[in-house]
Each structure stands twice: as C-alpha cells, then as structure tokens.
Design a binder for this molecule. Sequence first.
Ligand code: GLA
Length: 728
Amino acid sequence: MIVIDQEQRIFTLHTSHTTYQMQADPYHVLLHAYYGPRVEEDMTYLIRRADRSHTPNPDEAGNRRDYSLDTLPQEYSTCGVGDYRIPSLEVEQADGSHAVDLRYTGYEVRKGKYTLEGLPAFWGQEAETLILFLEDPASHVVAELYYGVFEDVDLITRAVRIVNRGEKPVRLLKAASLCLDLPYAAPLDIITFAGRHMMERCPTRTPLAPGIQGVGTTRGLSSHQNNPFVMLCRPDAGEEHGLCYGAMLLYSGSFEAMAERSQLEDCRLVMGINPYHFSWTLEPGGAFQTPEAAMVCSPSGFGQMSRRFHRAIREHLLRDPYEGRRRPVLVNNWEATTFDFDADKLVEIAQAAAPMGIELLVMDDGWFGDRDDDYRALGDWAVNLRKLPGGLEALVPRIQELGMRFGIWVEPEMISEDSALYRQHPDWALAIPGRAHTRGRSQLVLDFSRQDVRDHIYGALKAVLSSAEITYVKWDANRTLATVWSAQLPSERQGEVYHRYVLGVYDMLERLHQDFPQMLIEGCAGGGGRFDAGMLYYTPQIWCSDNTDAVDRLRIQYGTSFAYPVSAMGAHVSAVPNAGTLRTTPLETRGVVAMAGTFGYEMDLSKTTPEERELMARQVRFFKEHYDLIQRGDYYRLTDPFENGPFTAWEHVSPDRREALASVVTGPVCGNPPFRTLYLRGLDPALRYRVEGGAAYSGAALMEGGYPLPMELLMGDYQSFQLYLKAE
Ligand code: GLA
C-alpha cells in the first residue's frame, strides 16, 4: 500500500509486515525516514539535525548551520554539492564540473508494477508503483525514482531513470539502483557472499567499521567471486531472530555494493552497476535506465528474510514454462563423457535413465563444429555430423522413443579463434586494437553490444533449436570479460560497452523466451559464475556450481539459499570419486543433496549396477512425490555447514504447515558418537505429525524437544537421512 501525506510530503510504502518512508523537506531534498518492521505512524521524527561543524550547508540554508546534506539521510545521494558519503549519482556536466543536486519536483502513483525495457524486473499486477521525480536545478538532470511495492511478499523494488532535460549533453559516471540510508542504525554487520569457481557464495559476516566496505566485480559477469546480494543486520541477529535487511541487484554484469559507516555512525548502502569503465553520454532528451534492485527487511532473522525473497522470486520473478507443473528430472552427459560422445553413447545413457523415471536427456558441450576439446569451434553452431549422423532430426526421435525429452547446451556469447566464425569475423570478438588478446579457457568473448553479432548468433541458434523437438537449453558462459572495446562505438562511448554487453545478453535471452515460450532455459557460467536475480528472470534455474561433490555442495547450496530459492538451484548427482575433489560419498547422500535443488543426474548411468539403478529410481520417485513440498515449500536452514558441526540439516515445510521434509547429512565419522538431535522448525506446535512409517509427535515436541537422529546414521562418513512428516 502506498500512502501519501500531501501536506507533509511524506511517502510511505507498506507491505504486509514492513514499512518504508521518505519525506521531501522544505528545501525539497528527499530524505529517508525509515525502513523496518511495519509501523503506522509518521517516522520523520527520526530525522535529526544539529550543527556539525565542518559539514557544508546548501545555499538555501543561509547561515543555518544545522542543515547539511552530509549529515541528513538521503534517499538518492548526489555528488559535488556537499554530501561526502557514497554518491548514488555522478554526473560530469557539459562544463566539466562533477556536480549534481537533486530536489523533489513531484510524484506519480500507478496501479501494477512498473516494467523496465530490456532489463529484468519483478512483475505483478497486484503490486503498486510510486515514482518520485527529482531534478538538478542547475543542469536539469532528472532522476526518476521508481518503487515497486509487493505487499503480499514483503518486497520493495527500486530502479532509477536518469533523464537529461537540459540543453547540453552530460556524462553519467555512476547511476546506482539503490541507496539506503539507515540513520537510526544501531551497529550493523554486513554479510556478503564471496567465493570462487567450484566454491561459490560462501557467506562472510563482518561488523561495519567506520569507512567504506563492500563487494563488487569488474569481470563483466556477476561472477563466482562475489554475488550481487548483500545483507545488513544487527550484531545480535541470527538465523531465527534479529533485524536484518537483504538487498539484491537484478543484474548479471559488473556490479558494486558498498556500505559506509559515516562519521555520525549512520549506515549508507549503495548498490548498482560498477562505475569501473562505465560512462554514458546523455544528449538533451536522452535517458538512462538503471537495473532494478530489490529489498526485504525481516525483524526475525535470516531465515524469514530468505523465505520472503524465495516467495517473491518464485511468484513474481521467474517466468517458468512449467509454472504450476513439475519440471523434468534430467540427466546431463557432461561429467559422464565430456567431449567424447556420439549419438549411440547418448542413447545408451538415455536407455539407462528412462526406466529410472528420468525424463530429459541434456546433451552438453561437444555436439557442434569440430568441438572435440575446449580449444575450438565456439561460434560454429552447426551439428557435428560425425558424432551425430543425420543431425538432431535423427537423434531426438531416438530419445523420444524412450519416453524422454531432449535438451541441449550452448555457449552463445563466446568465440574460439580456431573456428570458422572467427576466421570470417575476427572483429566480432571484444578486443582492443593494438593490444594482445586476453584468453580465458582459450576462448574470446563476442561483442554482444553489437546487434549484427547478436543477430547472426541468434539466427544460428534458432535454426538448431527449431530443427528438432528441443525442450530445454543450458546457456553457458565460460569466461569473463577483458580487453573490452567495441568496434562499433566511438572512443568517448567505450564506457558503455560493459553495460551494452549485458543488455545484449538479455536481448538474446528475451528473444529465446519469446520464440520458444515452452523452452526451459537453465543458466550457467562455468557453474555458478552468473547466479543472480537478473538471470533468473530469463532462466528459472541456474547450474549452481561445477562442483558436484555432495559435501561441498552443502556449503554452496547453503550460501545460495540466503537469496535464491531451491527451485532456482541446478543440482545433480554425479559419480564418485568426485571429479573435482576425489571425495567419495554414498549415493544416498548425493541424492539427498541434489534433491535440495532442481534435481538430476550427471554421470554415465549405463555403467551403474542394478542396485544403484534401483536406488536412483527410488530417489526419482521420492523427489517427484514430494516435488511441491521441496520446490514450493518454505525453506529452513537448520544448521550452518560452515561451522563444521556433526551434521548439516535443512527442512522444507508446506505453506499450510501440514507436511514437512527434513534432510540431514553427517560429517566425518567419529568413534563412540554422542546422541544427536534434530530440532525441526516451522511446524504448527499444536498439530501432530506422523513420521513416515513411524510414531507421531506434536509440532511442539519436534521443535522444542527435537527428533533423535538414528544411531546408524552416525556410523560412517557423510551419511544421510530424510524425515518426512505429515499432520494427522
Ligand atoms: C562449464 C559448465 C559445465 C559444462 C562445461 C562444458 O564448465 O559449467 O557444466 O557444461 O562448461 O564445457
């Protein structure tokens, strides 16, 4: 609900459980008053002024020294006019000055959620939109602040459109999507999700110290190394209690999220496109649209924050062709064969998979051009007829005869120097004239800021995807950007290339979505190198990590779950010893861990024993039976795998709380182990839950007293256990 006090110029955004409030003050400066648990009152009493020497005062304040942009909570911070904290907007004016001052000029309320052309955004007819107009009186640069209010899921989205209403061109050097000043802040911790290839999104918690702390990337992809999701929380906050905020950017390129604890111990969080090598020229009348950011506040700990994001993403972000239905359980041939396969090998895997209830065969890298290793052929998107005689037209029906569907891997953004495409169009790769290439996995990146390059690649992909009944695409990107320069832009506009590249990727994905609305697209970037809410708008599931080791996955999936739902996390059972870690874990455990994601297999099923196949068939049956509970239920993290405790556990609870599934994986075995107890969460204390094939307990007993873990489970490394509960 949006409430506007016209006289006091107070703007209040209410979701069911949170409130966000701003005020345009007598000098028309838009101040932030409050973001937190829902309150019904005027919170502007929190905005305080005092004479702080050595902070400048704007002209209108005359000799009044208690009014300074540097000490007041700003809704969208400026630069060059007296606020020295992190700017949200940096503008180089036509005269070369770096200054922009923003004053409130008006507002607009719209029914439904705003949309952003060419950019991912949360959607919803029931949501509401508030737009606040701010203008720099000297240059007439306008900032339109967009707010989307999703009452049902307690989500507030933000985006900013910068318009040059002046008469001279200006250059944007920074345009953040979100600025959040928490003036009343008690001490806060910042939680970020750093990692690396094969070990993505590991939470790190640090107290906010005076100065600026933050994360970001200049890699051109949202990256394995940092994630465009950050949290702020009170030092006493934890999984089940305490005030916390989460902010995510719907952006898949270079981003930055910076938090500043200022001289007065306030906190400012600014999040948006990374200003590194970013500039955007706005001619008179020109506009720039920032990506969207989304915020959740939870007074009751991280778990509640995550569940709010999960619901918001499931119900208002994903465009899932399987909406309301079950997505297929798949088998992917990558870890089984890498590049060494042919049609018969794929059919052999499918023949083993079909009787287990697996529904989709995904043909991974190696099916096109002369791609027998990862040194060549990217860009040559035509079927290799030596490996697949008769092409997809011949192969796909063979898979379909087994009752399975067919999916395919592509890496459209890349080009190998050893490819027909490169020989024909060497200028299509991102490269700086006169400077040597920088290779990653021996490949170059195509200049997706260019329409002609995109059109060519899209045409080739569309021909492949239309040549047979293909129901799934895995969209991969196996290197990051460097030597960024586009042959199609003049030198003064090279600062646009990084962002135009991301817009190009979105354009391609949107075309795919429009042309093949029933196609399930899975995102991927060397595993989880582009796992962000922007991609989720186009690819409702993303391969979580190239690391399929079940024990490492406990950590990766735990970290990922802070922002993103189970239904977004690509997770597969693979062979042991694991290719990446050489660790051996039981097949049961690999199944339990992969089931906390989209679930599938990634191994040569034709080489498995009858006992293993029998177990896998049971895993598939179990997953299908509990699909809704796992994929659409409320998610509870019961332990933190980074604490190296005796076991890791998580739980899915149905929205009506009548069903729950808890999963447990133990750590390395120890002699004479103590008894272990699993404390369930999210149940109805008054209901009685029956353990499948066992006794019944009240929700209160299971949550307060807990459930005793069976002793057998504590014998052997990395054992697993699932507890299915149903209310009587
Ligand atoms: C990346 C992906 C893998 C696989 C390979 C193929 O590493 O993350 O799943 O598709 O590329 O080259």
